[in-house]
Design a protein around this ligand. Structure first.
Ligand code: ZN
Length: 335
């Protein structure tokens, strides 16, 4: 049985944030919302959202298990009927978890485009393990391109890299199908690959029209929804990134690490790793250990350990040796 989950309403465009009240009405959401943001995203968009839907913002600075519990309590106390997440990675992930666990619908209002979680049924809070958990996908997604275009360039570059990394995720998925008979969905795979292709092809001018990146990340989320798992957008390159999150004191951004991982994994797949590297460069995303500010030995260690982080058949299969990891990283210019 397949369980496909998709957003019902997606709005992408300038000043979209002023339409949030109409989206709420269209989705027939009534009652009080919990509008979650941090100090900064509150200023950028949260206050506007609050005016539009006649609510108040709730500021969450540091998202921990404790704050999540407190916020769920607040939802009950205030009798909130839906959740609006206004922010980047952490706030959107927290909003997804709160809405899921409180059984309330969610509207996602990203203030940046740093990863494909904008519209996906996954949340990846670094709780005990930095892996994603299954939640519901947002019922509505409102992407104000005027706001997102002003997000820090590093975050947007990370989003480009996350989209580009779909390239190796799909190769891994196909491999798992061929070698292990794992379910493989052509439609979800094609949609995911297309996001990577479009961002790679438009890499040179990607920041001239941010809606291209936004749509690529939304489509990635939709591919995840169709596949019913993160498979189409998360393979060995993501396992590499999750491992860096565990072993590094100061890991880089999720998308940044996945992009660099995609270079090495494409090399191992004997695929177009140079094309990936060039596209990442054009987007001003990291392409090597130095750009990530992560030591070369940690990169090699992450490549050796990545297969252990989750049970998912990829090009790493039962793991690669340190020699092989070092060679792949060196030859692909990552170290
Ligand atoms: Zn990702």
């Amino acid at each position: 049985m397949k369980n496909i989950e998709l957003p019902r309403k997606v709005l992408v465009g300038e000043d979209a944030v002023y339409e949030v009240d109409e989206v709420v009405a269209e989705l027939d959401l009534q009652g009080k919302p919990l509008i979650l943001c941090d100090e900064k995203t509150g200023e950028i968009a949260g206050e506007t959202v609050a005016v539009e839907v006649n609510g108040e913002v709730t500021i969450a600075e540091d998202v921990t298990d404790k704050t999540l519990d407190e916020l769920k309590e607040k939802v009950k106390r205030d009798n909130a009927q839906y959740v609006v997440g206004v922010g980047g990675g952490k706030i959107l992930d927290a909003s997804k978890i709160i809405s899921f666990e409180s059984k309330l619908p969610l509207i996602s209002v990203p203030t940046s485009a740093s990863h494909d979680g904008i519209a996906s049924p996954q949340a990846s809070l670094k709780r005990d393990r930095p892996l994603s958990v299954g939640v519901h996908c947002p019922l509505g997604v409102i992407c104000d391109t005027k706001i997102i275009a002003k997000a820090p360039r590093r975050l947007l570059a990370s989003g480009c890299a996350d989209a580009i990394s779909n390239y190796t995720a799909v190769l891994d998925w196909k491999l798992a199908h061929d070698e292990k008979g794992e379910y493989y969905g052509d439609y979800a795979a094609a949609l995911s690959s297309m996001s990577a292709e479009i961002v790679m092809n438009k890499a040179q001018d990607i920041y001239d029209d941010i809606s291209v990146l936004v749509e690529a990340l939304i489509s990635s989320g939709v591919a995840i929804g169709i596949a019913g798992s993160s498979r189409p957008c998360s393979g060995s390159e993501h396992m590499f990134s999750h491992t860096l999150d565990i072993i590094c004191e100061e890991p880089a951004l999720h998308g940044e690490q996945c992009g660099v991982g995609a270079i090495v994994m494409a090399y191992l797949h004997d695929a177009e790793w140079r094309r990936i590297r060039n596209a990442l460069k054009k987007c001003k995303a990291p392409t090597n250990a130095k750009d990530l500010r992560i030591g070369e030995d940690l990169i090699v260690e992450a490549l050796v350990k990545a297969h252990e982080v989750r049970e998912r058949h990829t090009i790493l299969r039962a793991g690669i040796t340190e020699g092989k990891a070092r060679q792949a990283a060196e030859e692909s210019g990552v170290i």
